[in-house]
Write a protein that binds this ligand. Structure first.
Ligand code: B12
Ligand code: SF4
Ligand code: SF4
Length: 257
């Protein structure tokens, strides 16, 4: 019964999709063991929030990012409320996994592997299947779901998996990737994606700082007025500031149409 009570509480809050996986069914080879996070973990509850269609389809990447920030903020608040509900109602412990960061920046992870792989958790919780773009496609919301999760100590069973291929292999995601990061099947080339999708990320900051170090004080003054510095400054408080959403935006799979 707890599964249906938890799902109802989440859907009533406004979460678009709620799925469950027992810890035995969650398999993500490159991710840490969830027991290092919550020693008595027995299940993962996965939440999906849909992205905003008009913003995602816009050519204005600031607007697309504003919508993503809305999804991240809302899913963060919902996750906190879900954790509190489950802990109070079932007298148990949970651990919250947000949509993206903070990430472990130590080697060998270097910020490229999350504490829990939300895509693998979503797949084992019956919320979708991997597509050619290496993202999870949901039967109703297609590629347009963002995930968060709660590790719990409750012995919950896994929801039925999505068994059909939701991807139609049209290759639009591969062809529209400006970084050619999806050319190899089942592998996103992280650095190729990052170069395009986060021009003001760590790589951009390194490049700017390297250039700054070699300059005279007058040239440094001029560099501080460059739009590039302003954008790096802005990204430093926004968090990861994405400038590309193509692989999601072009994917035609949409169960709402
Ligand atoms: C680090 C990270 C990145 C890094 C590295 C990506 C990577 N190689 O994993 C970078 C910056 C490149 C990135 C880019 C993007 N990301 Co990202 N990212 C993450 C994060 C924080 C961790 C991912 C992780 O742990 N990866 C390491 C391990 C687990 O991956 P892996 O085992 O090596 O699996 C890889 C492949 O083997 C393949 N794969 C694995 N099993 C299988 C099975 C099959 C059948 C197939 C086909 C493929 C496949 O998929 C992975 C891609 O390389 C997650 C959030 C989270 N905590 O999970 C979001 C997350 C995966 N990102 C997401 C998104 C949306 C994006 C971007 C679109 C950026 C944007 N504008 O929003 C791009 C898309 C890139 C793409 N098409 O793959 C979403 C995906 C949502 C969804 N519906 O699937 C997540 C879940 C964030 C969220 N909360 O919603 N991301
Ligand atoms: S986010 Fe952009 S650069 Fe990264 S994989 Fe998707 S389409 Fe390619
Ligand atoms: S764009 Fe086409 S190939 Fe890519 S994931 Fe969507 S359906 Fe599959």
């Amino acid at each position: 019964m707890s599964k249906e009570n938890i799902r109802k509480y989440g859907l009533d809050l406004g979460i678009d999709a709620v799925g469950f996986t027992s810890i035995e069914d969650y398999r993500s080879e490159r991710s840490p063991d969830p027991r290092t996070i919550l020693p008595d973990v027995k299940s993962i509850v996965v939440f999906g929030h849909r992205m905003i269609d008009g913003a995602l389809d816009s050519k204005n990447m600031r607007v697309a990012m504003m919508a993503r920030m809305g999804v991240m903020d809302t899913s963060k608040s919902h996750l906190y409320l879900m954790a509190r509900f489950i802990e109070d109602r079932y007298k148990t412990k949970t651990a919250t996994v947000l949509s993206s960061y903070p990430l472990d920046m130590e080697a060998p992870t270097l910020g490229l592997i999350g504490d829990v792989s939300l895509r693998h958790a979503a797949v084992s919780a019956g919320l979708g299947a991997f597509g050619r773009h290496n993202l999870v496609i949901h039967p109703r919301y297609g590629s347009r779901l963002s995930f968060t999760a709660l590790l719990t100590e409750l012995p919950l069973t896994s929801d039925p998996p999505v068994t059909e291929d939701l991807c139609n292999f049209c290759n639009l995601c591969v062809e529209s990737c400006p970084g050619r990061a999806l050319d190899t099947e089942k592998r996103t080339e992280d650095l190729k994606c990052l170069r395009v999708s986060q021009p003001y990320g760590i790589g951009g900051a390194f490049g700017y700082i390297r250039r700054f170090i070699g300059k005279s004080p007058e040239e440094q003054q001029a560099m501080l007025k460059e739009p590039r510095f302003m954008s790096l400054y802005q990204a430093s408080f926004i968090g990861f500031h994405y400038h590309c959403f193509n692989c999601i935006a072009v994917c035609p799979i949409d169960g709402r149409k």
